[in-house]
Design a binder for this molecule. Structure first.
Ligand code: PGA
Length: 251
């Protein structure tokens, strides 16, 4: 079901105590009807975040920022789906451009992770988006189409109720430079069209497509107003409760 979603990607920010205090701040706010709110603290703090949310009956969803696709075994430093699920986490961000570029996650690994997540009843927030050089030469649609093909288009149609797409042009992430509402709408329309072509209009109409890249309280409304934008994946502005809530309330 297509949903309005605002997800906060905290990245490598907030220690154990800071996480609890930010979650407590968020819980105090009344969440608007019809908006799914998600936050993704660092791995070490997921359990504490889940407990706070559960104890206060909040419907904030706690998501992981990464996972490995194998069930268990000799994979030093990695975390499995069952480990996440055992603490109440069943949403995971995958394919983020920082994982792709800084940690050199290859496309096939991202594809394996997404497939494993959805096959294990987790919801994957699949991130993708072109670099500045690709946009400069007018290649953004081709790049995005290929990322979709390589990341999610081999999944069965039935997996798509556990997929959230997050278009994040690399040149807009953490740079203060936001894609214009028009640029975002054009790309989201294109993405939905590709999903319809590969699967069906129904699946395309049902998938939530988020925009990420320097979404702030002062530009969220304009972006969320676009017909094919179903919300945002928020980095920097998710680290402050008031900023994040202003974005959540921007629909
Ligand atoms: P930003 O990050 O909002 O700080 O640009 C977005 C993201 O990387 O998800």
């Amino acid at each position: 079901m297509r949903k309005k979603i605002v997800a906060g990607n905290w990245k490598m920010n907030k220690d154990f105590y800071q996480t609890q205090s930010l979650i407590k701040d968020l819980i105090k706010h009344k969440m608007p009807e019809g908006v799914t709110v998600m936050v993704s603290p660092p791995l070490t703090n997921l359990q504490a975040a889940c407990k706070l949310v559960k104890d206060s009956n909040s419907n904030i969803i706690i998501a992981a920022q990464n996972m490995y696709y194998k069930g268990e075994g000799a994979y030093t430093g990695e975390v499995s789906m069952s480990m996440l699920k055992s603490i109440g986490v069943d949403h995971v961000i995958l394919g983020h451009s920082e994982r792709r570029s800084i940690f050199k996650e290859p496309r096939h690994l991202i594809e394996d992770k997404v497939a494993a997540a959805v096959n294990n009843e987790m919801t994957a927030i699949f991130c993708f988006g072109e670099s500045l050089s690709s946009r400069k030469i007018g290649n953004e649609f081709r790049v995005v189409r290929n990322q979709l093909k390589e990341g999610v288009f081999r999944l069965f149609g039935s997996a798509w109720d556990r997929i959230i797409l997050a278009y994040e042009p690399v040149w807009a992430i953490g740079t203060g430079e936001t894609a214009t509402p028009d640029q975002v709408q054009k790309m989201h329309f294109y993405i939905r069209k590709q999903v319809a072509k590969r699967y069906s209009q129904k699946i395309a109409d049902n998938v939530s497509i988020l925009y990420g890249g320097s979404v702030k309280p002062n530009n969220a409304k304009e972006i969320f107003n676009q017909p094919d934008v179903d919300g945002g994946l928020i980095g920097g502005a998710a680290l402050n409760a008031n900023d994040f809530m202003a974005i959540v309330n921007a629909f």
